[in-house]
Design a binder for this molecule. Structure first.
Ligand code: G3P
Length: 222
């Protein structure tokens, strides 16, 4: 499963890229607004890190506007995936952008039927928002399960990108269901690494190591 960071913070992206567990980045208008810098400047910096997949969202809501923004964004860097919203206009724009060879991530997906439509227009990624469904007392993972089943049934190539991930159990469940990608905030990715027994175990090994007689640093006698 590919792991993406859901952030527009170049600092966070660089940090996880160095560790070697990062496969991509998703941004959205809310995340970009937090950075307080122009969108395209931020995108160029993220792409310059070397990230192979960077999702950048259009803000137009009509087809011509989405096409113009999508084409412009896709020219910024070969790593860019254009994010379009799950609306009728978004579907139409996605179909055209895909015909032009531009990769598209359809976002704001909250039902399996919406995911079916995203696959039919050839979206590269479909982004079900798991946490926001959980917030509404609806099981977000059930949606991922349904999408996986439908895509398997018809052999759709659209990758399932689980979004609105709020905690490590979302990542675990998404992986068990065979989701292709999970995108998460930095705090969740850090929690994937951590376990209190790892910390305790390491502390004990280091303490016991103090009792091991050390080799003499003097060179061996001839
Ligand atoms: O990038 C889209 C999605 O991951 C947003 O998550 O936490 O705002 O529901 P959240």
């Amino acid at each position: 499963m590919k792991l993406f960071l859901d952030t527009a913070s170049v600092q966070e992206i660089r940090q996880m890229w160095e560790v070697g567990i990062l496969d991509g980045v998703t941004t959205n208008p809310s995340l970009v607004a937090k950075e307080g810098r122009p969108f395209e400047t931020v995108l160029r910096e993220i792409c310059a890190v070397g990230i192979p997949s960077v999702s950048a969202e259009v803000v137009a809501t009509d087809v011509p506007g989405m096409l113009a923004e999508g084409r412009r964004l896709s020219k910024l860097h070969p790593s860019i995936y254009v994010k379009t919203p799950m609306t009728t206009a978004g579907l139409e724009a996605t179909k055209t952008l895909r015909k032009e060879g531009i990769r598209v991530n359809m976002t704001l997906v909250f039902s399996a039927n919406q995911a079916l439509l995203a696959a039919k227009v050839g979206a590269s990624y479909v982004s079900p928002f798991i946490g926001r469904l959980d917030d509404q007392s609806q099981d977000g993972m059930e949606l991922v399960r349904d999408i996986r089943e439908i895509y398997r049934q018809y052999g759709f190539k659209t990758e399932i990108l689980v979004a609105s991930v709020r905690h490590p159990v979302h990542v675990l469940e998404a992986a068990k269901l065979g989701a292709d990608i999970a995108t998460m905030p930095m705090a969740v990715m850090e929690k994937l690494v951590q376990h209190p027994l790892t910390d305790l175990g390491l502390a004990r090994f280091l303490k016991d190591w103090q009792k091991v007689p050390q080799e003499s640093s003097a060179p061996p006698a001839r």
